[in-house]
Design a binder for this molecule. Structure first.
Ligand code: AMP
Length: 287
């Protein structure tokens, strides 16, 4: 088993063409890796011969008010973490990990014009406050799909709306790729792991637990009450604390407001501490 680093497509194509038919797993990331990212990669390594983890801070998914310039770029330590994981997994000779960290022009060659837009999923919930964000996500993911032709691609349930939109893109375009959702990785405290957590001091990390606790509270509430009453309860929580951007209760499959007979819900929330927007969600299955 070996870990390879490539930053151009030619290098990857030259390397992969000598490999006999292999299954490819893709883990798209923007780097600054934490343990939850590594759990996506771990699953890919277990399930595939070649695992490609991409590290690319995608400008197309950042809005004018977002933190594109400030986004932490930590390639060296990311490579070290991946190499550590690979070493710990003690893999056989025929398993390979590829780290792909390209320049922007590799992903978007000069005169690139295409945008993948999944509407209206791209403009509801998180998309309301981040116009264009999900179009940027879909466009880069589609590019990565065409470049690496994975059999399976791994996405975290932490970004639930992103995962739903990617699944929809695969369904609509009949792409021959399996999407594998990975459960939310959390700190011991319950805080969902995120590259943005490093912007919080220890006090703010405790305050941030309000999001997780409110989601758990709403889940319990929904298990005992009707959807309408739970919506009222969520609105009360949002009104009482201006740091909530939203708490939305949706159909877990369509992300639309639930129909009367809906049994699978997801509650999505964003909690903002200064400039840092923290995302989390919880699913609720009614028997
Ligand atoms: P990012 O680079 O942070 O945009 O994330 C790359 C991938 O890791 C996405 O599929 C995310 O959903 C996933 N991811 C990030 N944080 C978590 C987490 N705490 N739990 C599960 N997946 C995560």
């Amino acid at each position: 088993m070996a870990v390879y680093f490539f930053d151009t497509l030619t290098e990857y194509s030259d390397w992969v063409k000598n490999k006999k038919k292999k299954t490819v797993g893709l883990v798209p990331t923007m780097g600054n890796l934490h343990n939850a990212h590594l759990s996506l990669l771990k699953k890919s390594i277990k399930e595939n011969d070649i695992s490609v983890i991409t590290i690319f801070v995608n400008p197309k998914q950042f809005g004018p008010k977002d933190d594109f310039q400030k986004y932490p770029r930590t390639l060296e330590s990311d490579i070290a973490k991946i190499s550590d994981l690979a070493a710990k997994m003690k893999l056989t000779k025929n398993k390979h990990v590829v780290i792909f960290s390209p320049e922007e022009s590799v992903i978007y060659p000069k005169n690139f014009m295409t945008t993948i837009s999944i509407s209206p999923l791209n403009s509801i919930i998180e998309g309301k406050s981040r116009p264009g964000h999900f179009d940027g996500v879909c466009t880069v993911v589609y590019r990565l799909f065409t470049l690496f032709k994975p059999n399976i691609a791994y996405f975290g349930e932490k970004d639930y709306q992103q995962l739903t939109i990617i699944k929809k893109m695969v369904e609509d375009l009949a792409l021959p790729i399996k999407i594998s959702p990975i459960p939310i990785g959390r700190e011991k405290s319950g805080l969902a792991m995120s590259s943005r957590n490093q912007y919080l001091n220890s006090d703010e990390k405790i305050q941030a637990l309000k999001l997780r606790n409110s989601l758990v509270e709403l889940k319990d509430y929904l298990l005992k009450n009707h959807y309408e009453k739970t919506v009222q309860h969520s609105q009360k929580l949002v009104k009482a604390d201006p740091r909530f951007n939203y708490l939305e209760i949706r159909d877990a499959v369509t992300l639309m407001p639930p129909e009367k007979n809906c049994k699978n819900f997801v509650i999505l929330g964003v909690y903002q501490i200064n400039q840092t927007r923290l995302l989390d969600n919880i699913t609720v299955r009614i028997k």
